[in-house]
Ligand binder design. Sequence first.
Ligand code: PEP
Length: 262
Amino acid sequence: MTRTLIVANWKMHLNASQASLLLHRLHERIKIYRDIEVVLAPSMLVLQPLSLQIDRRKFRLAAQNAYHKDEGAYTGEVSFTMLQDLVHYVIIGHSERRIYFHEDLDTIRDKVAACVRNGITPILCVGETHEEHHAGETRQVLHDQVVTALSDLTSDEIEDVVIAYEPVWAISTFGGELAKPDDVKKQMTFIRKQVEDLYGKAAAQKIRVLYGGSVDNSIARGYLEIEGCDGVLVGGASLNYHKFSGIVHEAYRLRNEVEDSE
Ligand code: PEP
């Protein structure tokens, strides 16, 4: 059984000493849980020092972005190749990158391919905007985002991919409207169906699908309980050690209740 994945996206917050302090606080509160995987995505600058401090039995690291070329004259960029020994995951296609940095479907496809080529697992973020949601375009948007992003991978490579369904209107920085777990479930099923149609049932069953959008410790359970939901991607609440460790504890409780009743 796959482990529940809880990802902290610290965005452009926390310098090295602030990040180190937050990691210390989380380390005090989070135990080694065999069925929960906790992933921290600090800023690029902080990855290296955090990698020296981290207890690898409890935490893994992710980058929030990288450039799709492996090496060359691309001033200011960091490649997936350079991140190889540092991170397990890279977040790709986050709505802030799509909206503020104009990353389009092809750019994201190239990043996903570069990520896999370099042996790193992509956490591909997909989700519709408020306008698309209200125009009834959600499924078309999800279809286009999922299908394009995965189009350069083989079905074996796809099995390892993580997809985070993050409706833009539900992300705290873009409005933070709470999505109903029943609606989230429908879109997660739709995402898996896109993978199944293109790459078969085995790939669709193996990919991990997360939810992200204003998740904190008080509402995490409602999303984690969704059948087929493999975890959550957390932005704002991940900067608060009480809230973030609370989410990890909810995930742990849920896993163990379910396992006890089996
Ligand atoms: C995110 O940034 O991916 C996110 C889900 O943010 P928040 O939890 O703050 O809505």
